[in-house]
Design a protein around this ligand. Structure first.
Ligand code: ZN
Length: 288
């Protein structure tokens, strides 16, 4: 029977020893399988996360939890797996806690600050009473817009959220979700340093796809322990699928190239391969 780790010990160790564990978004069965396979083949811990939109697409939070658990059982997964809600609103966070997700992110950035604090506290109290981990976000992680710099988190806000008992903190340091614009100015390391000195909980880098490796590595050396990856795998899947179709393999009727199990395979394998590369340069160590 599949067991979900809450990741607290894993991420604390990652921050202490200056490596990161990837947080990989799932979109469907193929994504789930590809990610679990890369974790199994490298014998490394993994955080599987689902956004509210992807959960809705697949059939809801319970469906997602059951699918991941059943897939873990089917694949005989023995590495630690954290099942995490990515950017959840209050209702989604509560629902996932009640369903037995081992980790949730409550993203209250749209709320007035007092309400954000109050709801974060409620989520933390309920989650902790059940051994579930909580990630919060301060400020707002930049969206994929025409601006050359994402938003910066405030150090005092970071301290206030840490004091609420959150286990991991996502903070804007110039990072952006989606594809980075040409004129992007890079991560703001002085701000990251200030936050890392102020609080000692694991920090989370959202929008990890597309940040130059040397910048991600530097951020990891300074306290980032969780790096969120979504777009990277979407692009890997898209490129491999495009190649399959451009090579007209889908038109090969003798080999049943149109069979979805064949059509989706190159993209699925590309995710696993890309993830193995990431595990390598994030420095995620194999389980002893
Ligand atoms: Zn994010």
């Amino acid at each position: 029977m599949a067991y979900f780790d809450n990741g607290n010990a894993l991420f604390a160790d990652a921050r202490k020893n200056h490596y990161a564990i990837g947080a990989y978004n799932i979109n469907n069965l193929e994504w789930t399988r590809a990610i679990l396979r890369a974790a199994a083949e490298t014998n490394t811990p993994v955080l599987v996360q689902v956004s509210m939109g992807a959960a809705k697409y697949m059939g809801g939070y319970k469906f997602v939890k059951d699918m991941v658990a059943d897939q873990m059982d089917a694949m005989d997964i023995t590495v630690p797996v954290v099942l995490h809600l990515d950017h959840g609103d209050y209702d989604a966070a509560i629902e996932c806690i009640n369903l037995g997700y081992s980790s949730v992110m409550f993203d209250g950035h749209k709320l007035p600050i007092e309400e954000n604090y109050a709801k974060t506290k409620k989520v933390v109290d309920l989650a902790h009473s059940r051994g579930i981990s909580v990630e919060a976000e301060i400020g707002k992680i930049g969206e994929n817009q025409d601006t050359g710099s994402g938003e910066l988190a405030d150090v005092e806000d970071a301290k206030a959220f840490a004091a609420l008992g959150v286990d991991k903190l996502a903070c804007g340091i110039g990072n952006i979700h989606g594809i980075y614009p040409e004129n992007w100015q890079g991560l703001n390391f002085p701000r990251l340093q200030e936050i890392a000195y102020a609080i000692d909980i694991p920090l989370v880098l959202h929008g990890g796809s597309g940040i130059p490796q040397d910048q991600v590595k530097k951020a990891i050396s300074m306290g980032v322990a969780k790096v969120n990856i979504n777009t990277e795998f979407q692009l890997a899947f898209q490129e491999a699928t495009r190649r399959y179709i451009e090579e007209q393999q889908d038109l090969n009727k003798d080999k049943k190239g149109y069979d979805p199990r064949k059509l989706l395979l190159p993209g699925t394998e590309a995710i696993t391969e890309r993830m193995k590369e990431m595990i390598d340069w994030l420095g995620t160590p194999a389980i002893a």
